[in-house]
Design a protein around this ligand. Structure first.
Ligand SMILES: [Fe+2]
Length: 345
C-alpha cells in the first residue's frame, strides 16, 4: 500500500531541495502590499564643545603618521555592522592637522569633500593643484585624484571630511593606493577664486567661503519669506558637487521656521554659525528636538519629517551634505511637504 504525498509536503520538500542548491522560489519571499522607506538611522546631534575636546585630545595621543588621517568620525548607532557610518551612504568626520604636519599623499575611488572650520595656512593638493584652506572653504578631492594636506602655519587646522565610503564599501568596488612619496609635486598654487577654481577636468574643485555667503545673502534679499534660502554647490553645468553627494548651505533668517519636509536623501549637517532648533520626526511618536549652536553636527534620517528654526537675532548658516545625487541616478529621489503629500493622496 502506498501513502499519498500531500501537495504542501511536496512543496516543502521542493523548497528544501532548492535551498540545498543555493536557490529559492519567489513564493518564499514576504512582500508587503505597501512599502515606503523606514529609516534605520538615528537622529543625531553632536555638540562642538564635545567634538572639539575629543579632537584636541586625539592631537595629544596620536601623530598624523600613526593615524594615517587624524579624524574623529561621526557614527550612527542605527547602522549595525560590520561597522558604523554616519549614514548608510555617507561618512562625515572632523580632521585635525597640527602645525608642521603632513597628511601624506594617496588616492582612492571614494569621492571626498573638505569644508574648513578653523585655522589657515594649510594646503590641500589635488592632482598637483594646491588649494589654500581657509574657514568656510569647500575643496573637492574627486574619486581617484591624488591628494595630500600640509599645515605650514603656526596653528592647528580643523576641517570636515565628507566621503561616500559606506556606499562604495557596500558595492564592494573601492580601491585605495598610496603615493610613492609623502607629498606629490605641486604644479599650481590657488589661494583665491581669481586664481581659478577649476581642476584639470574643468569641474569646480574650490569654493571660497565668503563667496558662498555673499551669494546666500543676495538670495535672501529677493526670496519670499516662505521660500528656503539655499545655495547648492554645483558645477557650472548643473552637476552636483560630486556624483554621489551634494553639498548645500542654507541661510535661516532670524526667526525663520522652515516648512516641514521629508526626502529620501539623508542629511548630515554642520552649523557654520547661529543658534536654533531642528525638530525631527515631526508629529510622530519619536519626535526629537535638537537645540544647536555654532559648529555642532547633526544627522537628519532619510524619509523623516524635519523642520529647522532660527531662534537667534542673527542669520544662521547650515552646511549640509546628502546623498541626493545617488538616489536621483537610480530614480529613487522623492521629496514632499505636508501640502504635496496631502495633494498626492
Ligand atoms: Fe583620502
Amino acid at each position: 500500500m502506498t501513502t499519498a504525498i500531500e501537495p504542501q509536503d511536496a512543496l516543502a520538500a521542493f523548497d528544501q531541495e532548492l535551498q540545498r542548491s543555493s536557490l529559492q522560489g519567489h513564493w518564499k519571499m514576504e512582500l508587503p502590499s505597501f512599502l515606503e522607506p523606514k529609516s534605520r538611522l538615528h537622529p543625531m546631534h553632536w555638540r562642538w564643545s564635545q567634538l572639539h575636546e575629543f579632537l584636541r585630545r586625539s592631537g595629544d595621543l596620536i601623530s598624523v603618521n600613526e593615524a594615517g588621517r587624524r579624524t574623529v568620525q561621526l557614527m550612527n548607532p542605527g547602522i549595525t555592522g560590520p561597522r558604523q557610518w554616519t549614514t548608510h551612504n555617507l561618512q562625515m568626520s572632523f580632521q585635525l592637522v597640527l602645525p608642521g604636519e603632513v597628511a601624506t599623499a594617496h588616492r582612492h575611488t571614494m569621492n571626498a569633500i573638505r569644508f574648513v572650520i578653523s585655522g589657515g595656512g594649510t594646503y590641500t593638493t589635488v592632482d598637483g593643484e594646491s588649494f589654500l584652506m581657509e574657514p568656510g572653504d569647500l575643496i573637492l578631492t574627486p574619486g581617484w585624484t591624488w591628494h595630500d594636506h600640509i599645515n605650514e602655519s603656526e596653528e592647528p587646522i580643523v576641517w570636515i571630511d565628507g566621503l561616500d565610503v559606506p556606499l562604495q564599501f557596500a558595492m564592494n568596488a573601492a580601491f585605495i593606493e598610496e603615493f610613492s612619496a609623502p607629498q606629490q609635486p605641486v604644479k599650481r598654487i590657488v589661494r583665491t577664486a581669481a586664481d581659478g577654481t577649476e581642476g584639470p577636468d574643468g569641474s569646480t574643485w574650490y569654493w571660497k567661503g565668503p563667496d558662498a555667503e555673499e551669494r546666500l545673502k543676495k538670495l535672501a534679499k529677493t526670496a519670499r519669506p516662505d521660500e528656503p534660502v539655499v545655495f547648492e554647490y554645483r558645477h557650472p553645468d548643473g552637476r552636483p558637487t560630486l556624483p554621489t553627494l551634494l553639498c548645500t548651505m542654507q541661510l535661516l533668517r532670524p526667526g525663520e521656521v522652515t516648512t516641514p519636509r521629508r526626502h529620501t536623501a539623508a542629511g548630515i549637517y554642520h552649523v557654520v554659525s547661529g543658534t536654533g532648533v531642528t525638530t525631527i520626526g515631526l508629529g510622530g511618536n519619536a519626535e526629537t528636538t535638537f537645540e544647536w549652536q555654532s559648529r555642532d553636527a547633526m544627522v537628519v534620517p532619510n524619509w523623516t519629517w524635519h523642520q529647522h528654526q532660527n531662534r537667534g537675532s542673527e542669520v544662521a548658516l547650515l552646511f549640509s551634505m546628502n546623498d541626493q545625487p545617488t538616489l536621483e541616478s537610480m530614480g529613487l529621489y522623492r521629496q514632499e511637504t505636508r501640502e504635496t503629500a496631502a495633494a498626492a493622496r
